[in-house]
Structure formats: structure tokens, C-alpha cells
Write a protein that binds this ligand. Structure first.
Ligand SMILES: Nc1ncnc2c1ncn2[C@@H]1O[C@H](COP(=O)(O)OP(=O)(O)OP(=O)(O)O)[C@@H](O)[C@H]1O
Ligand SMILES: [Mg+2]
Length: 414
């Protein structure tokens, strides 16, 4: 991609209405734009990152054998009446009335829809266990949308649902999902903790949240300094300084951003909605269910909370919008520089890398500042002086370290 053909929508000023750094940087880098309170459009640069996160989530879910589906965003009220949540859910549920005066809601989550779908598709124990998931837009009419896509009203979620003949089978899939979440957040390069958690309006008996550790986090967690034990303070019986309940180490507090949650729902929805399958003896059994969510759009913001400096975003390699930026110095005056820059651009692109060539007729300082703001992990600076020596500058966004590398060997470095 060349910047002159791209929508590089960066700006210098800190936006007045953005309180936390990720929100400020997502606006300044030209990733998102506000449409209404808690409702955002994703510009090309932001969408690249969102899609990369989405694809990592999809790859890891597929690896477990979970099957991707796509359910409707708009859900009929009848299903929510069956589960009892039409009354229970309250004003966060955006309710819609169609021209025939039928009531619907814009889905904040999909337990009702998946249960109604599967009670028609699954008849026999032979079809279970099964896990289905989707990556889809959700709507929650949050009382206080804030922090950009971190707590928005419309957002992208991966939600998975599993169905089982026994509690033991549910436990097995729950553990697989738990490990899958660890893999996903590790691949994203995040510092996170899995935390024992309250079940909220989703319900069920047992749950863990996954928290990205960051000062701006809305949740407080207690974690052991000597084990993996951690708990959301909302359900903790211990406090900071107490010995960890698992007998290992002492509890400390940290702030966390909830990026995912896994639940053992038991038979809450299957029972309420009259869903049974036949077991080996032809007896009707109410299936056990699990559900597993990841806030895909929130994860993008949470990643920035952990990866930035005074100059802007520092993307982890796995989800950077571009792998490398090429910044030619005075390309519009030097044919040599232009030639070398384009040659490199074509070579690296052919190598399968996402390359951004800054071909604007701008001051080099402006180009550096933009590439740093949007957080491209590596920069290659092509200039007359380097070309005299047969080299380019290879700069690391995170450390700022500069290496002079031979033009011929740069493609091997990346
Ligand atoms: N308003 C929101 N904006 C962006 N992402 C959200 C929002 N609400 C939930 N999510 C994401 O969706 C995931 C699964 O949804 P879940 O029902 O567990 O959310 P939640 O526990 O209600 O979230 P929170 O406690 O932050 O309101 C969450 O872990 C979170 O990452
Ligand atoms: Mg949650």
C-alpha cells in the first residue's frame, strides 16, 4: 500500500473528548470515527487490525473443532420471553418494533437464538458434544458508553456456545476453551490473567474472565504473586495482602480490562426453552451448555493500552496493520531513492509482507511522526547517503534501535 492511495487520517492534537490513551490514539491514528455515542465506524487502518484480531480468534477456535456460523443480529422477543430475559435484561436491551407491531431486540448476546436453533437441529446424543461460534456485531445500550470502542454500545464479539450430554463433557470443553483463550491472548502479545468471575445476567454456575492488565481497566482483580490464582474483587472473599486461597503466595491488586469470559451455563437456557436430546436408552435429556465470549473490538483498544509511548501506538507483530513502513528521504528529488524505495516495496510485498510505502511529498519528519503514531513495528529509511554505502536504515518502533543493513539483505531480515 502507498500512503498517497490510502486514507491516512492522522492528526496531532489530543482529542478533547477522549479520556484514555487507547481512545486518543485510535482517533489520532485514523483507526475509528464516532458516529453517535458508543457507536463507531472503523477506517481502513483500524479495520486491518480488527480483522487480524478476528482471524487469530477464528484460527484458534477452528483448531478446537468449533464450527463457525452466523446468527441474525435482530432477535424476536418471543425467544427472550421463553428464557425470561425479556423482562429481566432491563434497559441495556435495545428493543425494536417492526411495522406489524412485532417486538424484537438487537442482540446483546445469543444464548436464546442458539438454543432455539439447536433444539431443532440436535436430536441424538450422537451429535453431542458440539461447539458453534460466530463473530458478529452486538448492541448493548450501555448507560455510560465511554473510552471509544472499549465500552461502546455497538461492538464486535466472538461468541461460542457448546452443548453436552453430561457435566463432565461440559467441563472438558470449558477447559479447552480456557486454554484456547490463553493461546489467543498470548498470540496477541498481551499481558493478561484468567480470573474467577461473577456470572452476571448471562447466568450459570461457574465462570472465568480474561483480563488485560492496565491501569485504565474498569475492573479490580486480586492475583497471587506465586501462582495463576486470580479473582475479580466483585466475588472475592479475601483482600490484598491475604495469603492466596490456593495456598501459594500473597494476593495483590491490579486493574484489568475484561476482554473475554467463559461460562458453564448448565441447563439454564436448555431447560427454560424446552430443549432435549435422546440418550443411548432413548430417554430425553436436557443438554448442558457452555458459552464463551471475546470482545474483539475491545481487544484492539486493550492492546493499545499496553503498547504505546509518547509517539503513538506500538503494535505487536501479530496484529500490526502493516508489518513494515518504507520511508524514502526526498524521493521526489532523487530518482535513485525513488527507484530503491519502489524496488524494496515490490520485493517485500511479493514476500507476503504488509508493506506501507510513504510516497507522499512531505517533510521526512512528518512521515516519521505518522509512521510512529500508527505504530508500524519496523521502518526502513531509504536515503542518498545510505545508498552510497549500499545500505538502508532499519528502525525498530519499540526500542528505537537503528541498524544499517545492506540493501540486498534487508528482505532476509524481515
Ligand atoms: N460495551 C462493550 N463494549 C465493548 N466490548 C464489550 C462491551 N460489553 C462486553 N464487551 C466484550 O464482550 C465480552 C463478552 O461479553 P460479556 O457478556 O462477558 O460482557 P460483560 O461481562 O457484560 O462486560 P462488562 O463487564 O465489561 O460490561 C466481554 O468480555 C467484553 O470483552
Ligand atoms: Mg463478562
Amino acid at each position: 500500500m502507498q500512503t498517497t492511495k490510502y486514507l491516512l487520517a492522522t492528526y496531532k492534537e489530543t482529542p478533547a473528548d477522549a479520556e484514555i490513551i487507547s481512545h486518543q490514539l485510535m482517533l489520532r491514528a485514523g483507526m475509528i470515527r464516532k458516529n453517535a455515542a458508543g457507536i463507531y465506524a472503523w477506517l481502513p487502518l483500524g479495520l486491518r487490525v480488527l480483522k487480524k484480531v478476528e482471524n487469530i480468534v477464528r484460527e484458534e477456535l477452528n483448531r478446537t473443532g468449533a464450527l463457525e456460523i452466523l446468527m441474525p443480529a435482530i432477535q424476536p422477543s418471543e425467544l427472550w420471553q421463553e428464557s425470561g430475559r425479556w423482562e429481566q435484561y432491563g434497559p441495556e436491551l435495545l428493543r425494536i418494533i417492526d411495522r406489524h407491531k412485532n417486538e424484537f431486540c438487537f442482540g446483546p448476546t445469543h444464548e436464546e437464538v442458539i438454543t432455539a436453533l439447536m433444539r431443532n437441529e440436535l436430536q441424538s446424543y450422537k451429535q453431542l458434544p458440539i461447539t458453534l461460534y460466530q463473530i458478529q456485531t452486538k448492541f448493548r445500550d450501555e448507560i455510560r458508553p465511554r473510552f471509544g470502542v472499549m465500552r461502546s454500545r455497538e461492538f464486535l464479539m466472538k461468541d461460542a456456545y457448546s452443548f453436552h450430554m453430561t457435566k463432565a463433557s461440559l467441563q472438558e470443553t470449558y477447559e479447552i476453551m480456557y486454554k484456547t483463550y490463553q493461546n489467543i491472548f498470548s498470540r496477541l502479545g498481551l499481558k493478561f490473567r484468567a480470573v474467577e468471575a461473577p456470572t452476571g445476567t448471562i447466568g450459570g454456575s461457574f465462570s472465568h474472565e480474561f483480563h488485560v492488565l492496565a491501569e485504565s481497566g474498569e475492573d479490580e482483580i486480586l492475583y497471587s504473586d506465586a501462582s495463576d490464582y486470580a479473582v475479580n474483587v466483585e466475588i472475592a472473599t479475601a483482600k490484598a495482602g491475604d495469603p492466596s486461597p490456593d495456598g501459594k503466595g500473597t494476593l495483590h491488586t491490579a486493574r484489568g480490562i475484561e476482554v473475554g469470559q467463559v461460562f458453564q451455563l448448565g441447563d439454564k437456557y436448555s431447560k427454560a426453552m424446552g430443549f432435549t436430546v435422546l440418550d443411548e436408552n432413548g430417554k430425553a435429556v436436557v443438554p448442558q451448555m457452555g458459552c464463551y465470549g471475546i470482545g474483539v473490538s475491545r481487544t484492539v483498544a486493550a492492546t493499545i493500552e499496553q503498547n504505546h509511548d509518547a509517539k503513538g501506538i506500538i503494535w505487536p507483530k501479530a496484529i500490526a496493520p502493516f508489518d513494515v513502513a518504507i520511508v524514502p528521504i526526498n524521493m521526489h528529488k532523487s530518482e535513485r531513492v525513488r527507484e530503491a524505495a519502489y524496488k524494496l516495496y515490490h520485493e517485500l510485498t511479493a514476500q507476503g509482507l504488509d508493506v506501507l510505502l510513504d510516497d507522499r511529498n512531505e517533510r521526512v519528519g512528518v512521515m516519521f511522526a505518522d509512521m510512529e503514531l500508527i505504530g508500524i513495528p519496523k521502518q526502513i529509511v531509504v536515503g542518498e547517503r545510505g545508498l552510497d554505502a549500499g545500505t538502508v536504515e532499519y528502525k525498530d518502533r519499540k526500542t528505537g534501535a537503528v541498524e544499517h543493513i545492506g540493501l540486498d539483505s534487508i528482505s532476509l531480515t524481515l
